[in-house]
Design a protein around this ligand. Sequence first.
Ligand SMILES: NC(=O)c1ccc[n+]([C@@H]2O[C@H](COP(=O)([O-])OP(=O)(O)OC[C@H]3O[C@@H](n4cnc5c(N)ncnc54)[C@H](O)[C@@H]3O)[C@@H](O)[C@H]2O)c1
Length: 414
Amino acid sequence: MNKIKDSKLSDRGKLSYEWARSHMKILNETINKLKKNKPLKGITLGFCLHITKETSVLLIGAKELGANVAACGANPLTTQDDIAAYLASKGINIFAWKNQSNKEYNYCIEQVLRYKPNILTDDGADMNIKSHFDKKYNSLEIMGSTEETTAGVNRLKAIERKGKLRYPIIAVNNAYTKHMFDNKYGTGQSTVDGYLRSMNLLFASKRVVVVGYGWVGKGVAMRCKGMGSKVIVTEINAIKGLEAHMDGFDVMPMSKASRIGDIFITCTGMVDVINKKHLSNMKDGAIVGNVGHFDVEINIKFLLKESKSVSEVRPNLSECVLNSTKKIYLIGYGRVANLVAAEGHPPEVMAQSFSNQILSILYILKNHKTMKNIVRGVPLEIDNQIAVNALRAMNINIDKLTKEQKDYMNNWNL
Ligand SMILES: NC(=O)c1ccc[n+]([C@@H]2O[C@H](COP(=O)([O-])OP(=O)(O)OC[C@H]3O[C@@H](n4cnc5c(N)ncnc54)[C@H](O)[C@@H]3O)[C@@H](O)[C@H]2O)c1
């Protein structure tokens, strides 16, 4: 199975693509400005991203810039099939469908690498790991790669520390105009959306335990508070714990939070943050889910092993019956709930993230010969320009420093 060919699906995908594109003004502007010169002509790009309507705007945009595009999903469960069908109809070499097995997921990544891409764009580093450590692909000549998410940046930094990075990486996640907006506002909103579609219970009055107060956790906590929940934060970092406390949330260890929470949302990128003990502590009816990149944050193996029965009571909501007095509900099989049970981030946010992606791809194309094999950030001038464009797109003006203010700033002899 590779390219999905289904005209009805593809028509639905087209409408979703057009809807997203019409709300991704700054990405459109970037593509429209560059496309006359076809700066990516002759270049093959390999993408491993969640195949959503927003991603389709990036992939079709890359093709408009002249690239040959091959793409697969960044998670076995997050592909929107109508979008994959539409992308296939537009000449994108797409290897993705919803509800893949892990074997199929890996097969699709390999299909993209078989196109011998010059530049990769990854979300979670699965494709980069294959192109580094699988002998079928570790001699591919790759100019460089971009990485979309925190989890992927952390894995690539671990490869860098071992001195094994084969080519330069731009950590798009680390751009201000990415993580401060995508991770926070994008995940914040789409997580509430995913939980609601799956459980459709009242957020107001419930105790929601947000595990991790990084960029994602902050957005999720803020939005759950806005829904009327009593939000509890758990952390391992003293500064983040303090920040959560000052932001008005209850902060406590998971050993305590696990006993009183109604809804749990893991946002750490860390393994086993809801462990066997925490699951055993939980109240009857507790709902657990994860929005970190990998499905490692909740000890799902233990939960499933201990369950007398597991049934899907609603789409993406599994009822795990532990004993006659206790059931725990799992959202989206413990995988990114905002993408599995909803549609991921809204287009306005992804316009910023994907503008960073396109400009970073062009930066690699131009500079790869002089770039070191390290994980580096998005150049500040690109990051700043995206913020300027985003403000302009929203008709918002800001002030500039006056000459007097610049002189004041540069003068120590006051
Ligand atoms: N679902 C999505 O759409 C989406 C979007 C962006 C990022 N992500 C993923 O979400 C995860 C978090 O990303 P981020 O940008 O917020 O990272 P971050 O580094 O800003 O935050 C992670 C936080 O988790 C805390 N933490 C680590 N271990 C913990 C533990 N045992 N208990 C409590 N807290 C713990 C850390 O101290 C840190 O504050 C990553 O896996 C990232 O790839 C998902």
